[in-house]
Design a protein around this ligand. Structure first.
Ligand SMILES: *[C@@H]1O[C@H](CO)[C@@H](O)[C@H](O)[C@H]1NC(C)=O
Length: 345
């Protein structure tokens, strides 16, 4: 695998024509059935339709009643556009009782700051909580709902198998992201990463089973004369087609630190162990880079056997690339005695 093949680049501007050219062949933005109904009198129109939080945060999804009927129910549901509009109920509540459903329900409660408050509090956000949530007020045969979007703030990282380019089918890509403390990115997450400068010349799976690659600087080897944008292959065969992966991760609860040395992989494992740590995962290194501005101008082993280093302030002798990013040396032979260790504790 070649080093420095892709990297994060900062872009100074994106023109509207670039934006309108993205994703021409594939439109992931489908509308949910039954979610767009005009509000009449039961619920206040939401002032804030998008809430953001990092993994581990507590957030409140606002939903305020306009009237308080005698007998009513509040129902919060997560809308899953990937499963033909399947809906996951999180909780149902009336004046006296609160019934949570499913794993998200275990972290949910109603805020009840005042009698008209039906806002949902969600504790200890997870990567998979990203998405759209519906607050529904049911009053006999009448009902009204609003939809609030929850965005998990995080970072997208491309991930390639240690066996080389384009080795993952969809299920393996999903597994690979999970093993690096991430989750396959959503289209929105990949798109946002592109607007922030992600330029990567290898196509990868995202979580709905489609395949894309983001290009900021068009060049002949990456799709020829196509404009900048997310280049999309659309849905691919999840069992037989093979690509890389675009993973998404967010804030970590621990921290990543570096032990300098000329270690082999096994020595790096031991160096962390001696300090009651473990070699860091790729996602943890990206999270430290993004959220803790972690900058370390030396390659270090990670648990998957790759060697990388995070750069916040680009400088000549640190990879020579003018943009901030996490650089990769790929997967060197594990007996190479050349690198330090990135530990996680
Ligand atoms: C989230 O809420 C729980 C309990 O309600 C609290 O213990 C925890 O400290 C909160 N976490 C954050 C990040 O505020």
């Amino acid at each position: 695998m070649t080093s420095f093949k892709g990297n994060f680049v900062r872009i100074t501007f994106i023109t509207l024509s670039y934006l309108s050219c993205t994703s021409a062949s594939y439109n992931p933005h489908r509308t949910e059935p039954g979610t767009l109904k005009k509000l009449q009198y039961l619920l206040e129109p939401p002032v804030q339709v998008e809430v953001t939080g990092r993994r581990g945060d507590n957030v409140t999804l606002p939903c305020i009643l306009r009237v308080q009927p005698n007998h009513y129910k509040i129902k919060w549901t997560k809308l899953e556009s990937e499963n033909n509009g399947r809906q996951n109920i999180i909780m149902i509540s009336n004046a006296n009782a609160f019934k949570p459903y499913g794993p998200v329900g275990q972290r949910a409660s109603l805020q009840r700051a005042h009698t008209m408050d039906a806002s949902l509090m969600l504790r200890h956000l997870e990567l998979g909580d990203d998405g759209r949530y519906r607050c529904e007020l049911i009053n006999g045969i009448e009902d009204e709902n609003i939809v609030i979007t929850l965005r998990i703030e995080g970072v997208v990282f491309p991930y390639q198998s240690k066996h080389g380019r384009y080795k993952f089918n969809f299920h393996e890509a999903m597994q690979a992201c999970a093993e690096q403390d991430g989750k396959l990115a959503t289209y929105n997450q990949l798109y946002k990463a592109w607007t922030e400068g992600l330029d990567w010349c290898n196509a990868g799976w995202i979580h709905d089973g489609t395949v894309h690659y983001p290009i900021v600087h068009p060049r002949p080897v990456c799709g020829g004369k196509l404009p900048a944008g997310i280049r999309s292959y659309g849905p691919k065969n999840k069992d037989n087609d093979r690509f890389d992966a675009f993973c998404f991760t967010s804030q970590i609860s621990g921290s990543v630190y570096y032990i300098s040395g000329s270690f082999s992989y096994d020595q790096a494992v031991l160096a962390c162990k001696r300090q009651s740590s473990e070699l860091a995962l790729v996602g943890q290194l990206y999270a430290a880079w993004r959220f803790q501005k972690y900058d370390q101008c030396n390659g270090g082993w990670l648990r998957d056997g790759s060697v990388r280093f995070p750069i916040i302030n680009p400088r000549k002798h640190c990879g020579g690339i003018p943009e901030a990013g996490v650089r990769s040396f790929g997967f060197p032979s594990k007996t190479t005695h050349l690198y330090g260790a990135f530990c996680y504790r």
